[in-house]
Design a protein. Structure first.
Length: 256
């Protein structure tokens, strides 16, 4: 990884960690979207690095926040998420082998739909959703986590609608992301699909992620959480469209 690529990767992951710490989501989406646009890494390698960095970011956040985790809902989500993570990872390997444009299109669509969903202010429910809903959204999160290491959006939206304290929602989500990252890293290692040594040099971003996480907690930006969500929404929407549009054009040209 050249110096210019490394610097760009550090800036990208630092910004993603800062946004994740403030909102409870978006690290994987921002990082994968940026990598997909710039081609800094292959998408499978990028997803592996994102899993490792997600775990670092989540662990740092949970050092003080683990007591606020909603353990019942967490258990339900993980029960469905872990099996479906294997399905998502299999899809990634299949598409990356001979359907790379389709893979880029899927990533772009995931980012676009996620940005539109996250831009909406979730209407709070009068009472907590049933256990089945957490299993359902946990399964979706598992597929997305297995494919792109971005398990967040549907699960984030579901949790933010619950009549639960925001701190409990945020810390529960971060714990889900951390454990999903651990299982995904283990799956990649067991499959023998570890990134090249050049790609693994991206792990030097760990200090950038830790510093950005600390900075977001210590010096939050001087605007409201709603404004922060809108900024993240715009970034994700632009990156999703930029990823999906060229893939659609290329697929159309190939089909002619």
């Amino acid at each position: 990884m050249s110096l210019s690529v490394l610097v760009g990767f550090l800036v990208l992951t630092g910004a993603a960690a800062y946004a994740q710490t403030l909102t409870g989501f978006a690290f994987g989406l921002i990082t994968m979207g940026g990598i997909g646009l710039t081609g800094l890494l292959s998408l499978p390698d990028a997803a592996m690095i994102v899993s490792m960095l997600t775990f670092v970011n989540a662990t740092q956040m949970l050092l003080k926040g683990w007591r606020d985790v909603a353990w019942h809902q967490f258990g339900l989500v993980m029960a469905a998420s872990i099996p479906m993570l294997f399905v998502g990872y299999w899809l990634l390997q299949w598409l990356a082998g001979s359907h790379i444009d389709l893979l880029r299109l899927l990533l772009g669509l995931v980012i676009i739909v996620s940005s539109l969903q996250l831009a909406r202010k979730p209407e709070p429910l009068p009472e907590r959703s049933g256990d089945g809903s957490f299993l359902f959204f946990g399964g979706i999160a598992g597929v997305m986590g297995g494919m792109f290491s971005t398990a967040g959006p549907p699960l984030v939206y579901h949790f933010y609608r619950q009549p639960m304290p925001l701190v409990k929602v945020r810390e529960t989500l971060v714990t889900v992301f951390a454990l999903n990252a651990v299982f995904r890293i283990g799956l990649v290692a067991a499959s023998g699909d570890l990134p090249s040594s050049s790609a693994l040099s991206g792990l030097v971003a760990i200090p950038a992620v830790m510093c950005a996480t600390y900075a977001a907690r210590r010096w939050p930006p001087p605007f409201s959480p709603v404004t922060m969500r809108r900024i993240v929404f715009l970034l994700l929407l632009i990156s999703g469209i930029s990823l999906a549009a060229p893939a659609v054009i290329h697929l159309f040209q190939v089909s002619l």
